[in-house]
Ligand binder design. Structure first.
Ligand SMILES: O=C(O)CCC(=O)C(=O)O
Ligand SMILES: [Fe+2]
Length: 314
């Protein structure tokens, strides 16, 4: 397979050692800002969305062409495939806005995306020792700075679990943007990730954090096993808009045997849900899979072509 934007050997080595790599440029800031202005309007109409009545607004790459084109852009997917292997599915996209005054995002680690309800959202069927089987590309739709709470990572932590992502914890929206028990304004959008700590007394060493300051239109890659979070937005006038796009190799089962899942107090019905083949082919056939949208194709969650046996992407 020829890929134009694969990671260099040095970038691969950096990722293996640190659990993240980047930033890379998808769009120049002016172009991203223009695209984002359009997207911000488009995402308000959720009729054709995969989860039409959800405030979370997950997976809008399934119905909006502009987001689908970003999700399947080779600048992103070639680099993702360098790490995950040649056959890749996109399984989730999520908004991470941080408005002026918003609290910090707790340090956390994930892999199966159990996300507090005890059910694994993704499960590998052919995992290889030491090789990641999930990857996130965090795309900045606006500038992300230290002041407005850019993502921060703790290099090298992807080899060690500091949290148990499989423990169930309650959703407590009343705690959002409130001071927590140690007087810190931090949380995970209504969940308290500190309750998942393996050692309650352990405190992450903030000195070792790397703050991923990026311009609008840039992105970086990380495995969610690499501890990450963000500081509060301490500005009065700058919102950082992140769009996290998530990928797995085709051997991973996505939402296996699930018709719906619970998250942030909502029940999300998977009727309209599908993964998207963003690279290579799908020989495993574990999942519902669609092809990237074509320009001019009918938009909407059911508008994308469904994968046929002969389909493969380069
Ligand atoms: O943007 C943030 O504050 C959190 C993002 C995050 O945790 C993720 O993309 O997995
Ligand atoms: Fe995360």
């Amino acid at each position: 397979m020829t890929m134009s934007f694969q990671l260099s050997d040095a970038e691969m080595k950096f990722f293996e050692e640190n659990g993240y790599v980047g930033p890379f440029t998808l769009f120049e800031p002016e172009e991203m800002t223009e695209i984002w202005q359009q997207i911000r309007m488009d995402i308000l109409d959720t009729d054709a969305a995969p989860f039409p009545n959800s405030k979370l607004n997950y997976d809008r790459h399934l119905d909006l062409l502009q987001l689908n084109q970003i999700f399947t852009n080779p600048k992103l997917t070639d680099r993702v495939a360098s790490i995950l292997g040649p056959d890749v599915l996109g399984w989730r996209s999520e908004w991470f806005p941080k408005y002026p005054g918003d609290e910090a995002t707790d340090w956390h680690q994930a892999e199966s995306f159990v996300e507090f309800e005890g059910t694994e959202k993704i499960e590998p069927t052919a995992a290889e020792e030491g090789k990641p089987w999930e990857l996130t590309a965090w795309i900045a739709m606006s500038d992300a700075t230290r002041a407005n709470g850019c993502l921060k990572v703790m290099p090298g932590t992807h080899h060690t679990w500091y949290f148990d992502e499989k423990r169930n914890i309650p959703f407590e929206p009343e705690n959002i943007n409130q001071l927590n028990t140690v007087g810190k304004k931090s949380g995970f959008f209504g969940y308290d990730w500190d309750r998942l700590k393996l050692d309650e007394t352990w405190v992450p060493d903030e000195e070792k954090a790397v703050h991923m300051e990026v311009k609008a239109g840039q992105f970086f890659l990380f495995t969610s096993r690499c501890m990450h979070g963000s500081n509060p937005n301490s500005t009065t006038d700058s919102t950082r808009f992140g769009w996290a796009t998530r990928f797995v190799p085709t051997h991973v089962k996505v939402y296996a045997n699930q018709d719906s899942f619970q998250h942030f107090g909502e029940t999300l019905n998977l009727d309209r849900y599908s993964t998207v083949l963003v690279k290579g082919k799908d020989s495993y056939k574990h999942n519902r899979v669609r092809l990237p949208m074509q320009t001019g194709e009918q938009q909407g969650s059911n508008g994308q072509a469904v994968l046929k046996d002969e389909d493969a992407l380069v």
